[in-house]
Design a protein around this ligand. Structure first.
Ligand code: CAA
Ligand code: NDP
Length: 316
């Protein structure tokens, strides 16, 4: 796989107005992204860095402002580590346009949806989106768990609809899971596969089953960690330390749950529970309680840890 630096150099040379020819990509020229949260901003960051013009949409101006600040902070990190020049950082930032109106997607070749993990919300977004798209535009969803076939069926283009599941944090994690719905066309799959490689990622194909591959395995582990806490087997700190030092995980499962977002973790468990109809996927009542309290993890300032002070403090 070409390294990030090579990718940047290649795509930067060929970018301009974002037409497919100018980016050297037969299929994808301009990328639209819906949802400027942690995933949408990460996808915008790697896309602009790879030379693609990006249109990033969210409902709130505040979320867009925060996303642009986070993206710039990500680039600054790369500059500080000698992985990006100041000129490349400026050029990448200039490729990102923020918007609140879906008309901005009119000339995009792909629109990647990265809004809240809620099937109804996503379907409403697609309903509003499709009248703003050209007939050939691909719609991709970054959903963590929801059926691609069902989401695709809510649009006018099931053949050009696909799952493109990035991992968090997007600029660091190598994987993109690609999920075909029942009607996804081969050309759509190949375009998204090629785009993933051009973004410096390693694509892996997953079948359209609840939560695909990574979350089918990872989220039950996180849910089990919450049960371990719920049943008093260990404290937050003990559980995370045990898994970091005992299983060599880079983050403890509760720290990771806070990092992902407890609302997203619960939504994925609910999809597994409903979709596979097996009690082993029952979301832990303590996870439900944290979400009901609005303690959604890092993004809310509080979850299994409280992030409002100088360093994270366990909440149990
Ligand atoms: C829920 C879903 O649907 C699917 C999912 O995503 S599940 C979640 C999957 N993700 C995980 O499991 C993450 C587990 N955690 C980890 O791997 C690590 O803790 C971590 C990568 C997040 C942080 O690791 P760390 O070593 O503490 O971080 P840090 O030293 O700050 O950064 C590591 C590198 O990434 C780079 N980096 C970090 N954030 C960056 C950003 N926003 N932009 C660009 N580069 C960034 C740093 O510059 C650094 O680069 P070098 O190695 O060249 O110095
Ligand atoms: N967190 C993770 O680790 C991963 C998450 N994902 C998936 O990516 C998606 C986004 O997750 P994540 O970024 O973590 O979530 P966040 O909560 O950080 O961001 C979601 C964003 O979507 C916005 N949004 C909600 N509804 C709409 C709408 N109708 N139109 C436009 N924007 C909207 C929210 O806006 P506002 O804040 O203004 O309400 C928010 O900015 C989910 O499907 C999730 O499952 C995939 C891989 C990893």
């Amino acid at each position: 796989m070409p390294n990030r630096r090579t990718l940047f150099a290649q795509s930067d040379r060929s970018s301009g107005d974002g037409s497919a020819e100018q980016t050297g990509n037969a299929m994808i020229g301009k990328i639209g992204i819906i949802g400027a949260g942690q995933m949408g901003s990460g996808i915008a960051q790697v896309s602009a860095q790879a030379g693609y013009p990006v249109r990033l949409l969210d409902m709130s101006e505040e979320s867009l402002k925060r996303a642009v600040e986070n993206i710039d902070r990500g680039y600054q990190r790369l500059v500080a580590r000698g992985k990006l020049t100041e000129d490349e950082r400026t050029a990448a930032m200039a490729r990102i346009e923020t918007a609140r109106d879906m008309a901005v997607f009119r000339d995009c070749d792909v629109v990647i949806e990265a809004a809240t993990e809620n099937e109804q919300v996503k379907k409403e977004i697609f309903k509003a989106l499709v009248p703003n798209l050209g007939p050939a535009t691909i719609v991709a969803s970054n959903t963590s768990s929801i059926s691609i076939t069902r989401l695709a069926a809510s649009t006018d283009r099931p053949g050009r609809f696909i799952g493109m599941h990035f991992m968090n944090p997007v600029p660091v994690m190598q994987l993109v899971e690609i999920i075909r719905g029942i009607a996804t066309e081969e050309a759509t799959y190949q375009s998204i596969r090629e785009l993933s490689v051009r973004l410096g990622k390693q694509p892996v194909a997953a079948e359209d089953f609840p939560a695909f591959i990574v979350n089918r395995i990872l989220l039950p582990m996180i849910n089990e960690a919450v049960y371990t806490l719920y049943e008093g087997v260990g404290s937050v700190e003990a559980i995370d330390t045990a898994m970091k030092l005992g299983a060599n995980h880079p983050m403890g499962p509760l720290e990771l749950a806070d990092f992902i977002g407890l609302d997203t973790c619960l939504a994925v468990m609910q999809v597994l529970y409903d979709g596979l109809a097996d009690s082993k996927y029952r979301p832990c009542p303590l996870l439900v309680k944290y979400v009901e309290a609005g303690w959604l993890g890092r993004k809310a300032g509080r979850g299994f840890y409280d992030y409002r002070g100088e360093k994270p403090v366990p909440t149990r």
